[in-house]
Design a protein around this ligand. Sequence first.
Ligand code: SAH
Length: 245
Amino acid sequence: MSGRLTIAGLGPGGSQLITPEVTAALAEATDVFGYGPYVARVEPREGLVKHASDNKEELKRAREALSMAEAGRDVVLVSSGDPGVFAMAAAVFEALEEDSRWHKLDIRVLPGITAMLAAAASAGAPLGHDFCAINLSDNLKPWALIEQRLQLASQADFAIALYNPRSKARPEGFAKALDVLREASCGERLVTFARAVSTQDQCIKTVTLSEARPEMADMRTVVIVGSSKTRRAGKWVYTPRRTES
Ligand code: SAH
């Protein structure tokens, strides 16, 4: 008998931000797959087998989860935030595309609260008008493309959410990204650094683009660069809904 694969988002960290639908899927599961720290967020219980893996092994993890569902298990593959945002859902469909025998499997994707939305809510409403999201990791795309997207997004006057801004393996990228943004737009734009949103380590800080420093971000930070309209209202940061032509 064929099982099921559920690809689920655990939200940004706080258990209050896990959706009831994801909680129900985890309560029924026989197996949980995912990157170690995310699997650790799932309550252990009898009858649930945890399969933690390294964060470099996404495609392998996706294939293992698919094989186990095919073998009849009720598998949940977890991501942080939303599974479709720079995470495991696309990796599963990449694996699926390679092997048509998996096409008939029962697969569902359950959304989660992605980091930029939790971060925006903590700061006010910096994503209140048109915005985009850019992953600053160049593991799966060339750096030149990242720079081009930063330039074009600034030109289009989007607010920009930057995921994976800085890691030990890529210490220079974020400094370069800030330089590109400063060149492409005015240094007065507001930049919100939102770290470990919804956890006890949460820290939200807003500065101008000229004041932004690479050390203000790490791998637990999502950075929201405002549009030219993004402004402060008291202690809040928001982007008004209206833009005149
Ligand atoms: N699927 C995830 C994103 C995975 S990429 C989502 O939808 O949120 C990992 C990046 O997400 C991190 O480098 C960071 O930029 C961001 N991130 C994840 N959790 C976060 C949190 N609690 N606070 C701030 N940023 C977070």
